[in-house]
Design a protein around this ligand. Sequence first.
Ligand code: GLU
Length: 307
Amino acid sequence: MQVLLESILDEVRPLLGQGQVANYIPALADVDPCQLGIAMLGTDGTLYQAGDADTPFSIQSISKVFGLVQAISHAGETLWERLGHEPSGQAFNSLVQLEFEQGRPRNPFINAGALVIADINQSRYAAPILSMRDLVRRLTDNPHIISDTAVADSEYQHRARNASMAYLMQSFGNFHNDVEAVLKSYFHHCALTASCVDLVRGVSFLANNGRCLHGDETILTPRQTQQVNAIMATSGLYDEAGNFAYRVGLPGKSGVGGGIVAVVPGRYSLCVWSPALNASGNSLVGMIVLERLSEHLGWSVFSPILS
Ligand code: GLU
């Protein structure tokens, strides 16, 4: 497996430099686009890593998985009164659908949906920024995880689109807390920094029926785990979720920091990171790495038999 990871990274390295880092968040625009890392954690605890797998990066929308998990843990099924679990077919920051659908976001993995989740969590936690940081520390088993305040501040200064979504939802009665306070929480969640190795631990419960590999803690029930994986498979890569299902065939979640986490249910959690993005806002080289790996190992959940 180690040899396979190294050889896939060597194969795709010539592509580094294609794509664009997320420059709509100025603090992310300075990241070296030629970095590339991958980590894989088996449900038997075996860790594989290659390239820049220990380098922390801005997890951005990967935090939407953790926000959803936090909301499920205290709100359960009631959260679906506020948003759906259907793919959107729109860009992650689109406002169009929200107006048509009376302020009810399609799913928790587009920005509007993640903002509603952040609003739900804001109602529950006295210190939402710290509660999320602590959840991610616990899940990754890394007490040093922090939010990069320069990135969070930069996002807050450039919040026009996210603020527009939140105020639009408020106008439909689907936003209960102070919009600016929720935006600050949301940006701090997006600005958490973690490495591929941290993140494979962080989402290991999704490959392991809801139980964390370290500490043996139950994070979600098996049924909730399937449901989160299903939403990742249908909505985890913005309006490119269909392409990801076609090319990779695994539940996944990307972020504009260039990370993508993916899950081989019952077997592995994965994280690949390369900061330059394709036109849909997903890591250009990261997608190719996961495609090669999944193809090579016959991992698509749409395969007749998992090899
Ligand atoms: N913080 C980013 C935003 O709200 C997250 C986007 C992403 O990673 O998809 O625009």
